[in-house]
Design a protein around this ligand. Structure first.
Ligand code: T1G
Ligand code: NAD
Length: 692
């Protein structure tokens, strides 16, 4: 017997335990050993019931992702599960940690299911562009009904023990000792006929509830194919024999496995896990910090405070004066109130979190913290003054970070005694929700400070990407090129809604003009004013934002920006169209019609080209990090894998040719990245760089 599965015994109950760290993935060796163990227990006369359990921190995370995309090797999981289900001796699954994908499906093959109080169950395949491929789409509807099953399969969300009990996904929640209670449950089943889900009919769905769920899944799919296949397969559990539908499920699983969407989503999954691993930091020890300071409790400071409080940090929050402090504390409480109203948090948790918050106007209190993050106004003079003040107040070892979006971190580092302890921690708004943090390494930032930034991001359950210093770091720098193309297109005959519709069609959560209205046009305006001094006359520049802002069109908050807003409802504004048309006519640029593909290609090529510059300059170390920034910070569809992965798929030659056209058309507004040219000419991909 292989070591990945062990058998032990409690009297007449055999305990089959999967032990394949770190997450007990159902690799080929596990499947083989599990099958052997179950068959052995079947044949042993002293065994009268079986418990299947997992060793270590989790039952199993399901299929082994490192095997995905390779030819499947026997025994296949559906067959193993069918053998489990057919067992004449009762089989109980004992779930703890996470029972995901194949781990959930093993449990659906068993005859009873018991879970720990903090256990989680789910079929997350859809998040990897897949469907459950070992009977999940057929057994789950038979167990909990088609509506609830479609909900779980199409969203991939995990359910906790209580919900699982309520919807009938588990039979019991272990009170104290999962193993002992699972054995007792198995023992109680000895001698009885065991239920087999595959032989049961799926309970009929209430037609309205089913249709509502189907509509929801269709609406939320937004270009993803796997959720749509889920509708099809769960429907088949109502109409087709189990064996026929299971064969269809298996076929769909492999079709999806070789789809571009699954490849892209798996790329993002592995990028998320690789980004924090940086060979150059392997000898840097992150500091153990549990108390942090935040200066400025505005939009960002309050959100950052909540992110840290939620992760159990003590937070000292500093504001300029009492009234600003009070407003800041109200913002923090407001964020918690919202969580309570939406049912995501209970009051006791809110009280416990707020007990970790220490609001103050005394900067000196920051001396007790291990890291201070400044989130004051985006104004260099204020930030420089603050750095000097921190230099006087803080012990020399306290780390200092800035949340600036655009200001020069090197200049701030110059103002702080001990610049090696200084870094950027660029959170995204709303900071307690958005998963991304750019960890910015300035020239003198120590490896220890970067490693600490990464470790802290991990504690916040955020995705951290290390970036060097440049205007806008990785994300906003690419965004600027993206936005520039949008505005160039307005000058050449496109309208905001055409661009928004095209980009939503590409899979962006929201079109770029709608996003700018939401954020406020004044932000772009202020940045344009700041950069005006260094802008040269040969640089292509479209001053439409200036026109709009100067007319009071600040975006949604003013009821008008690129669009008109009536009670939050967006509509096109003929006055804006007229401004754009007039500007376009005066620009002397040839006017044309844009179709969705033209718009998408131009924008994506501009993003990829800038990404290639960022890589070429060493601002980002790996192409997948750029993908993570765009997916987690800017709504780029994960199922397209981020711009660099997408470019690899469509071919860098195509991207290069669009970039060259752009360079001819836009002059200094667009320069082809040498790295893009290089890779395209030598027929390599961005992924090849990452592999080296
Ligand atoms: N296969 C292989 N390795 C995996 C893995 C998996 N399924 N899941 C995690 N790992 C590795 C991961 O790369 C990392 O490695 C380490 O485990 C810790 O993960 C027929 C076939 C389980 C909730 O989609 O959602 O079943 O970086 O950092 O935050 O239907 O991992 O340390 O080298 O994420 O505690 C496949 C994916 C369904 C679940 C744990 N399963 N995993 O989160 O740790 S498809 C999934 C997760 C399927 C059948 C098919 C999470 C987690 P390293 P981590 P974590
Ligand atoms: P904000 O205007 O909402 O908040 C700034 C706060 O800082 C105010 O409450 C102000 O009272 C306080 N403050 C100013 N000077 C201070 C001082 N000397 N001591 C203590 N408090 C002081 O601004 P914001 O949007 O939260 O932005 C803060 C920083 O975060 C900026 O550098 C900005 O570029 C960056 N940022 C903003 C966003 C965003 O979407 N808003 C996103 C990422 C980063």
């Amino acid at each position: 017997m292989s070591e990945v599965v062990r058998i032990s015994r409690e009297g007449e109950v055999a305990i089959v335990e999967i032990d394949n760290p770190p997450v007990n993935a159902t690799s080929q060796a596990v499947r083989r050993a599990l099958l052997d163990a179950v068959q052995r227990a079947q044949s042993e006369s002293e065994t009268r019931a079986i418990v299947i359990a997992g060793a270590g921190r989790t039952f199993t995370a399901g299929g082994d992702i490192s095997e995905f995309g390779k030819p499947p090797r026997e025994p296949h999981l559906p067959d193993v599960i069918n053998r489990i289900e057919e067992s004449g001796k009762p089989i109980v699954v004992a779930w703890h940690g996470t029972a995901l994908g194949g781990g959930c499906e093993i449990g659906l093959g068993a005859h009873k299911r018991i879970i720990t109080k903090d256990g989680l169950i789910g079929l997350p395949e859809v998040k990897l562009g897949l469907l459950p491929g070992a009977g999940g789409t057929q057994r789950l509807p038979r167990l909990i009904g088609p509506v609830a099953a479609l909900d779980l399969i199409a969203t991939g969300r995990m359910v906790g023990a209580e919900e699982a009990l309520r919807i009938g996904l588990v039979d019991a929640i272990a009170e104290t000792d999962l193993r002992r209670e699972a054995v007792a449950l198995a023992r109680s089943l000895i001698g009885q006929m065991q239920p087999r889900l595959s032989l049961q009919a799926t309970p009929a769905a209430e037609p309205e509830a089913w249709q509502a769920m189907v509509d929801r899944v269709n609406r939320e799919a937004k270009g993803r194919i796997a959720p749509l296949r889920a509708i099809e397969l769960v429907s088949q559990s109502l109409t087709l024999a189990f064996g026929v539908a299971q064969a269809n499920e298996r076929r769909a699983f492999f079709e999806l496995m070789s789809s571009d969407q699954s490849l892209a989503l798996r790329h993002i999954f592995s990028a998320e896990r690789e980004t924090g691993k940086r060979p150059e930091l392997s000898s840097a020890r992150p500091r153990d910090i549990s108390h942090i300071g935040i200066i400025g409790a505005g939009t960002m400071g309050s959100g950052i405070a909540v992110a840290f409080l939620d992760a159990g940090f003590r937070v000292t929050l500093v504001e300029a004066d009492e009234s600003a402090l009070q407003a800041g504390v109200e913002r923090v409480s407001g964020l918690y109130q919202r969580s309570i109203r939406s049912g995501r948090m209970d009051d006791a948790t809110r009280v416990a979190r707020l007990a970790l918050l220490n609001p103050t106007t005394e900067m000196a209190k920051l001396a007790e913290t291990g890291l201070v993050i400044e989130a004051v106004f985006e104004d260099m003079a204020i930030k420089l003054e603050l750095m000097k003040q921190l230099g006087r107040l803080l012990p020399a070892s306290t780390l200092v970070a800035s949340n600036t979006s655009y200001l020069d971190l090197e200049q701030m580092a110059d103002a702080l005694p001990g610049p090696e302890r200084f870094l950027g921690l660029h959170f995204f708004s709303p900071a307690h929700v958005m998963k991304l943090v750019e960890v910015v390494r300035a020239r003198r930032t120590s490896p220890e400070a970067v490693a600490t930034g990464l470790a802290i991001a991990r504690k916040l359950k955020k995705i951290a990407v290390v970036t060097g210093v440049c205007e806008g770091f990785i994300g906003n720098r690419i965004l600027a090129k993206f936005r520039a193309q949008c505005e160039f297109m307005l000058e050449e005959g496109a309208l905001p809604r055409e661009i928004d519709i095209a980009m939503e069609g590409f899979g962006l959560a929201m079109g770029p003009f709608a996003v700018q209205d939401l954020a406020g046009l004044d932000i772009a305006y202020a940045r344009r004013k700041r950069l005006a001094a260094t802008r040269t006359p040969d640089e292509r520049d479209v001053p439409l934002v200036d026109r709009l802002v100067e007319e009071g069109r600040l975006g949604q908050k003013a009821g008008r920006g690129w669009y008109l807003y009536d009670n939050g409802k967006r509509s096109a504004d003929p006055a804006v169209d007229a401004i754009i048309r007039m500007h376009a006519a005066g620009s002397g640029r040839p006017q044309r019609n844009f179709n969705a593909a033209d718009i998408q290609n131009r924008i994506v090529a501009a993003m990829v080209n800038e990404g290639a510059k960022i890589l070429g300059e060493g601002i980002a170390a790996r192409a997948f990090e750029i993908d993570l920034v765009l997916v987690h910070g800017y709504g780029f569809p994960a199922w397209r894998g981020g711009p660099m992965h997408y470019a690899d798929r469509v071919g860098l030659k195509n991207i290069l040719s669009i970039a060259k056209t752009a360079a001819m058309r836009d002059g200094k507004g667009f320069e082809v990245a040498p790295l893009l040219e290089d890779l395209a000419q030598s027929q390599r991909r961005f992924a090849d760089l990452d592999a080296n």
